[in-house]
Ligand binder design. Structure first.
Ligand code: NDP
Ligand code: N5H
Length: 257
């Protein structure tokens, strides 16, 4: 797969540490020859990323700060990226957030604040960054986000995030229609459970992870590298006929009744 993305500039949002799905994606994109630009929110993530890039001998084009809750921060980030590389060909959106207290108990108890926050960071952010990124995708492009089965089915504890992911997936379809005329595609990968910083401490994770090993057609769990390679497919021209799609990378778990 080396050379598939030679000369292509791809922005990666959402590396917090070595376990991040966005880090698995980074490795796949790097091995395909892409030039990488990163965005982080927290200083802690920035420091982890710098160390990881050094360790793996990946030379980033640029690392910029971006808080997707803040329009000005998004505007500045993409302006900095434009000044550095001019054109981008890909964007990885691997960002979500919900308050921990909303990820347990009954969904019916969701607070107004908690609902809106999950929607803002986990769904609206894709709309906001697509708007900014499309201005830099003057040669066409591909945008890929990360979702989870809890958008389609009621999965205990996923609650407010399930509703946010449903909104994210619908946004993928509406955005795909809008930017398709500019040669830009928008797709989502729906990954099975992966032990990341976000997944840490949320109840129900272990049960979901072992259920996949037991019930999924492939009888094994999912890792960041599998999601990385599926995302690489979406970013590359191999998927040039596909947009508005949600692709399950979950050992086939979603087909089992
Ligand atoms: P990580 O904790 O590694 O990544 C989450 C990222 O979200 C962090 O890098 C964090 O940045 C970023 N983020 C949160 N709030 C903001 C914000 N306001 N502005 C910018 N960035 C923000 O977890 P994952 O890799 O698991 O999560 C990545 C995506 O994958 C999410 O959309 C998640 O829902 C999805 N997913 C995860 C699955 C899993 O089992 N882990 C399964 C299916 C989908 P920072 O650290 O700088 O705050
Ligand atoms: C059914 C499940 C298990 C229960 C639900 C988990 C949902 C997790 C998603 C969100 C993104 C987690 C989250 O926002 C955690 C934060 O409240 C606290 N963590 C942090 O602030 C850390 C430090 C930062 C880095 O995290 C973020 N997000 O910024 C679902 C699982 C089987 C699969 C799963 C884990 C899905 C998913 O969407 O992540």
């Amino acid at each position: 797969m080396s050379g598939l993305l030679q000369g292509k500039n791809v922005v990666v949002m959402g590396v917090a540490n070595e376990r991040s799905i966005a880090w698995g994606i980074t490795k796949s994109l790097h091995n395909a020859g892409a030039n990488l630009i990163f965005t982080n929110r927290q200083e802690r993530s920035y420091k982890k990323l710098v160390k990881l890039l050094e360790k793996h001998e990946i030379n980033p084009k640029q690392i910029v700060s971006c808080d997707v809750a803040d329009d000005e921060s998004i505007r500045e980030a993409f302006e900095e990226i434009k000044n550095e590389v001019g054109v981008i060909h890909g964007l990885i959106h691997s960002v979500a957030f919900a308050k921990r207290e909303e990820l347990q108990g009954e969904f019916a108890n969701t607070s107004r604040d908690g609902f809106l926050l999950a929607q803002e960071i986990s769904a609206y952010s894709l709309v906001a960054v697509t708007k900014a990124a499309k201005e830099l995708m003057t040669e066409g492009g591909s945008i890929v986000t990360q979702t989870y089965l809890g958008s389609e089915r009621v999965i205990p504890n996923y609650n407010v995030m399930g509703v946010a992911k449903a909104s994210l997936e619908a946004s993928v379809r509406y955005l795909a229609e809008d930017v398709g005329k500019y040669g830009i595609r928008v797709n989502a990968v729906s990954a099975g459970p992966i032990r990341t910083l976000s997944a840490k401490g949320v109840s129900g994770f272990n049960e979901k992870a072992s259920l996949i090993e037991e019930k999924a057609p492939l009888r094994r769990g999912i890792d960041q590298d599998q999601v990385g390679d599926a995302t690489l497919f979406f970013i590359s021209e191999l998927s040039r006929g596909i947009t508005g799609e949600v692709l399950h990378v979950d050992s086939g778990f979603h087909i089992i009744g």
